[in-house]
Design a protein around this ligand. Structure first.
Ligand code: GLN
Ligand code: ZN
Length: 763
């Protein structure tokens, strides 16, 4: 007998019920009792669904009202003191204030959970952070599960991962110094769970898949020795990467079991399978919790059988990581291509795959012969499908000249050719692409999608919006204009919908943070561009004005990063295909007279592999793909790129290697610290640091913009400095946008005059 379990489940619900509950509560349309009651009902429905699929240990505590990392902080009473809340009496209202901010305090900072698109709330650590176990909420859920007759397995974020993922709020604070006090709180939590008759607790330590400093690694053994005295059995869960290099440590740790991600890192099994301690469970994470492809059941079963022979009951099977990162149920997709649909598995289907595997492990191949045949058939059919394989795409890539990712000339030559026609002043002003997505714009698009607005009427509506954006930018006296992206729902979806090789789900939502979800496109086949995607809009915008209009594309790495990507080709290859499709668009834009083109790559940093050893290879193919998308453009065509909301300091050489003529980059988060980095690094091309934080309706005062630009001028030559906001403006309203851009232009002009006078004086 093996045990089937889950690390976590998508709490948002099949129909995003949790989103509806939360948003109705925040709008005061339902009260607290209705929110909590609705959440309880949803949680219980999920447990029963899991049980029906044969899950034998039900995860408890993975269901969070906002974020499970916030819940982990609260479980040990770590409420940031700046809120002034009593951790032992935290109300629902206060819980949401931590997550979303209140009149006096900004929310906890949010950042991406490892290399996923899920955002967690970052713990704040102070030298005097105090901990105290607050297990009541978790215990209540344990009792709920038990009342349903389930074996509850609470899921905790481990103490070392919790500390590591938090932010030291004072310079010089060693986060590890908080560990002893934190461990006491964990011990108290475990004691409370033991008293509630829990047998197993899952403790997640995903940081084991990172390159940890030695002192952090060394902390594991003593820490877990301290947690050992409870009668509970601990399953230490690792995921998102290999932990093979810690095999010895993990065998030694005083825990009752270990979970391995065998999808991301299948080879690590070799480091654990032989001589696995007699008293420990090994949980094999064999179903992909990060992607939507149906598993190759024959292959997985073949890998499990020898393990089962060896470990017997001590073999558990599970998804690779929490199913939080997958959409809920494929059955709800009635519009998907029928072939493509047979290749996919969402959370509910993954549960079924696990159930089948368990039967196969326990009763042998023959017991699941039908399911194996079905899986094999889908696999063969996918491998041979003409929907996926386009020989012309593969041929085109193979035929590319070796220097296809190089511009004709080096940057200084290009810059001169561009300036010859652009004739831009010093410190030219521009924006990042989108202008406010007004209710009128969203309404027109929705009506068009519903078929209530004809294609012609929709085009006219969008043209009107473009004209409005152009006129406003002219009135503001901006130098390089944009068309405003009114026609775009989402910067990846818009392109995915027009490229071949992508399909879209109706309800394949994945939680991004709180009540927010994303619906990533599914990139299933060779990518090609049947026809121009943006040229008509850009051309129309350019026809309205003598000023240069910047064409606007989403880059290959960002399209890849924000999609569910096929698993039958290396990611770098897929990215090259997207790059070529975008290159078609770049060339068409150029031919249509759009000779400033921005290729956005906001997601380039988040694709960086967790392990340092894998990073150079990633940056290499990512850079290659970006440059490939500019293949063949004239020296006089100016290529921009844009990046935002990531730590870029450590990948500056790779950013420079993109060789974009201009990079516009968000700087508000780092208060221009980033610029120091760019300065030290001597970034070779032009750069536009953001001077207007677009996340707030606040209009930055001129003095503030000026200060930022003066700081920038200390490290960037005036000939290479652009002036722009941090990011796109689609979430803002026009009045504040006009006010902020007007200040931006004014400051740029003031500084321009000053620079000209200084230049005159020195001649
Ligand atoms: N061009 C996009 C916009 O302005 C860029 C968005 C982004 O960086 N995420 O909306
Ligand atoms: Zn941006």
């Amino acid at each position: 007998m093996t045990t089937l379990h889950l690390l976590g489940f998508p709490r948002i619900g099949a129909k995003r019920e949790l989103k509806t509950l939360l948003e109705n509560y925040w709008k005061n349309e339902i009260d607290e009792a209705a929110l909590l009651g609705g959440a309880r009902e949803l949680r219980q429905r999920h447990w029963l669904l899991q049980k029906g699929a044969g899950v034998e240990l039900s995860p408890v505590g993975d269901f969070s009202l906002y974020d499970h990392v916030l819940d982990a902080q609260l479980l040990v009473g770590a409420v940031p003191p700046r809120f002034g809340f009593d951790a032992s009496k935290l109300s629902t209202e206060q819980y949401f204030q931590l997550a979303r901010g209140n009149a006096g305090q900004p929310a906890l900072e949010m950042t991406k959970w490892f290399d996923t698109n899920y955002h967690y709330l970052v713990p704040e650590w102070h030298a005097d952070t105090a901990f105290q176990a607050q297990p009541e909420r978790l215990l209540a859920q344990v009792r709920e599960a038990q009342a349903l007759g389930l074996r509850a397995k609470p899921v905790l974020l481990g103490p070392l991962s919790l500390l590591w993922q938090g932010k030291a709020k004072h310079a010089g604070l060693d986060k590890l110094s908080l560990l002893p006090a934190l461990l006491q709180a964990y011990r108290d939590v475990l004691a409370a769970l033991a008293a509630a008759k829990v047998e197993w607790v899952q403790i997640d330590e995903p940081i084991l898949a990172l390159d940890l400093p030695p002192e952090w690694l060394a902390a594991f053994e003593p820490a877990y020795r301290q947690l050992q005295d409870s009668p509970l059995r601990l399953l230490l869960a690792t995921y998102f990467g290999s932990v093979a290099e810690h095999a010895e440590l993990l065998q030694r740790l005083p825990v009752a079991g270990l979970h391995l991600d065998l999808v991301r890192a299948p080879l690590q099994l070799a480091a654990f399978a032989e001589g696995w301690p007699q008293d420990k469970v090994l949980s094999a994470g064999v179903i992909d919790g990060r992607n939507i492809w149906r598993a190759d059941l024959s292959r997985v079963l073949a890998s499990l059988q020898p393990l089962a022979a060896d470990l017997g009951e001590r073999l558990w099977i599970a998804p690779s990581c929490s199913l939080l990162h997958t959409p809920f149920d494929l059955a709800a997709e009635t519009q998907l291509d029928v072939d493509v649909k047979t290749w996919l598995a969402f959370a509910v289907q993954k549960l079924n795959e696990l159930k089948v595997l368990k039967r196969g492990v326990e009763q042998g191949r023959d017991a699941i012969a039908n399911e194996l045949a079905g899986s094999d058939y889908a696999r063969q059919q996918r491998a041979a499908s003409p929907l996926i394989h386009r020989p012309e795409v593969q041929q085109r890539l193979a035929d590319l000249p070796a220097d296809a990712d190089r511009r004709h000339s080096a940057y200084p030559v290009r810059a001169a050719a561009q300036q010859a026609w652009l004739k831009l002043p010093l410190l030219p002003t521009t924006t990042i692409g989108s202008f406010p997505q007004t209710a009128a714009i969203r309404g027109a698009r929705a009506a068009f999608k519903r078929g209530e607005l004809s294609a012609d009427a929709y085009r006219q509506a969008m043209q009107q919006e473009i004209e409005l954006a152009i006129r406003r930018q002219e009135a503001l006296n901006i130098d390089v204009l944009v068309h405003g992206e009114a026609e775009r729902n989402d910067m990846v979806e818009y392109f995915g919908e027009q490229l071949s090789g992508f399909v879209f789900t109706a309800g394949g939502w994945v939680q991004s943070y709180g009540s927010r979800c994303v619906k990533p496109p599914i990139l299933f086949g060779d990518v090609a561009r049947p026809q121009a995607m943006t040229v008509e809009w850009a051309e129309y915008a350019q026809s309205l004005t003598p000023r240069p209009v910047k064409g606007m594309l989403t880059g290959p790495v960002t399209i890849l990063q924000w999609s569910f990507v096929r698993d039958d080709l290396p990611r770098g290859e897929v990215c090259r295909q997207i790059a070529l499709a975008l290159n078609d668009e770049v060339r068409d834009l150029e031919a249509a007279g759009i000779r400033v083109i921005q290729i956005d790559e906001p997601a380039i940093r988040e694709g960086l592999p967790l392990k340092r050893a894998d990073r150079a290879a990633y940056l290499d193919w990512a850079g290659h793909a970006f440059r490939l998308s500019c293949h063949g453009v004239a020296d006089s065509t100016q290529i921009h790129t844009h990046m935002c909301y990531s730590e870029f300091g450590d990948i500056l050489p790779a950013i420079a290697a993109l060789d974009a003529d201009v990079i516009t980059i968000e700087t508000s988060r780092s208060d221009m610290e980033l610029l120091q980095d760019f300065g030290h690094f001597r970034y070779p091309n032009a750069i536009g640091p953001g001077v207007y934080d677009i996340h707030s309706p606040r209009v930055p005062p001129e003095a503030e913009i000026q200060q930022l630009l003066e700081k920038a001028l200390q490290v960037i030559e005036p000939e290479k400095l652009w002036v722009n906001p941090d990011c796109g403006l689609k979430t803002r309203g026009w009045p504040e946008v006009e006010a902020a851009l007007s200040s931006m232009v004014k400051v740029s002009k003031t500084l321009r005059r000053r620079l000209a006078q200084e230049a005159d004086a020195t001649v």
